[in-house]
Write a protein that binds this ligand. Structure first.
Ligand SMILES: [Fe+2]
Length: 373
């Protein structure tokens, strides 16, 4: 087949005027926050390659250089001003606040499926900023196509002011497509696919429900197709399960345990109910056995909370992707709402409150969680 697509690399002098006026393309933003450590990231536009299709349509694709500095020997629970440009402008400035090394109240934000309605995403981000969270977690599908750099340009544009001062933790969704951009842009603990961190005596574990990005080769016969998909991921997910068991055991004295992954364990959508049941079967009783209080996921674009044996299973995916109907009320369903929203979680010494708030600032529900010990 004739290949009519070609790439040409232009000098950075051809970069559009809008991009040139900013010295920083993405950021600055905060990653890898700890009690004494933090990482500050930012990206600069290096060149503007083009790709031309067979009809002669030319598309420019920004090529970025990713910068990071790692800070150590910081004081716990302390605010620092930083300036990655140090050129007299405000562009490279931000504030970071290290995590506390003692049990004190704090709040964080959860949102999900921001994808491609940028106006909705911007409104949710503005609401989140009003709550002044210590950090934010996005339950996956941050962008519509993780392999499109223009999607990440839009994402970082919407989050610019929030991420300048607030650590941002992503969860891998199916729309991230296991993209190299994801790993270039975020600086995360462990293997960056599944990881954990702690704040005070709260434990936050991010799981990967997506696995590797692979496609089924044409030579796989129909009768072997199911086996191909079952076996392609089994080692990866079994390794992750062992890792999770170990992390929960290591941190068994944590007062609060929150788990995040993109795909739900309880779905209020007819065509996803079976997959959710399969996912539950895979994880078995691990969350109940370790007294996890809250499991948060994205993927189904609405709010849904189910409870089973003391664990809240919350779908929070209302930050920009088109909303889905609530098609099912499960025996475990406690609350559901087809609305754009986010969750502000306030951790106190003896309990925590999940304030589920819609895009207009109205309360959807408030859920109290008790400390584990
Ligand atoms: Fe998804």
């Amino acid at each position: 087949m004739q290949k009519l697509v070609f790439l040409s690399f232009l000098l950075s002098s051809l970069i559009s005027v809008a991009q040139v006026k900013d010295k920083i393309a993405f950021g600055p933003y905060i990653q890898q926050m700890g009690t004494k450590d933090a990482t500050i990231c930012w990206s600069t536009l290096e060149s503007a390659p083009t790709i031309t299709d067979k009809d002669g349509n030319v598309k420019t694709i920004g090529e970025y250089k990713h910068h990071k500095i790692h800070l150590g020997n910081l004081e716990p629970n302390t605010e620092y001003q930083y300036d990655v440009l140090n050129d007299g402008s405000d562009e490279g400035k931000g504030t970071l606040t290290t995590y506390p090394d003692e049990i004190i109240p704090f709040n964080f934000a959860v949102t999900g499926d921001s994808r491609n309605r940028h106006d909705v995403h911007a409104k949710i981000v503005a609401r989140i900023m009003e709550t002044n969270p210590r950090f934010i977690i996005n339950s996956g599908d941050l962008v519509a196509n993780g392999r499109s750099i223009s999607d990440w340009e839009a994402f970082f544009g919407v989050n610019k002011e929030l991420m300048r001062n607030t650590p941002y933790y992503p969860v891998l969704g199916n729309h991230e497509k296991d993209s190299p951009y994801y790993y270039d842009l975020f600086d995360l603990p462990n293997n960056e696919k599944y990881y954990y961190f702690t704040v005070g005596d709260a434990l936050f574990i991010v799981l990967d429900s997506e696995g590797k990005q692979i496609s089924e080769p044409d030579f796989i016969s129909e009768k072997n197709s199911d086996d191909f998909w079952k076996n392609a991921f089994s080692e990866y997910f079994n390794t992750q399960k062992k890792w999770l068991e170990n992390v929960l055991e290591l941190n068994k004295e944590a007062g609060f345990v929150f788990i995040f992954q993109h795909k739900p364990l309880y779905s209020a959508m007819k065509n996803r109910k079976a997959e959710a049941e399969q996912t539950r079967k895979f994880w078995g009783d691990i969350f109940e056995r370790h007294k996890v209080q809250v499991f948060l996921n994205g993927h189904d674009h609405h709010y849904h909370r189910a409870t089973k044996n003391g664990v809240h299973y919350i779908t929070s995916a209302g930050a920009g992707a088109p909303l889905y109907d609530i098609e099912l009320t499960l025996p475990e369903t406690q609350k559901s709402s087809k609305i754009e929203h986010f969750v502000n979680v306030q951790i106190n010494k003896k309990n925590a409150f999940l304030y589920v708030t819609d895009i207009n600032g109205n309360e959807i529900e408030t859920v109290e969680i008790k400390r584990r010990k």
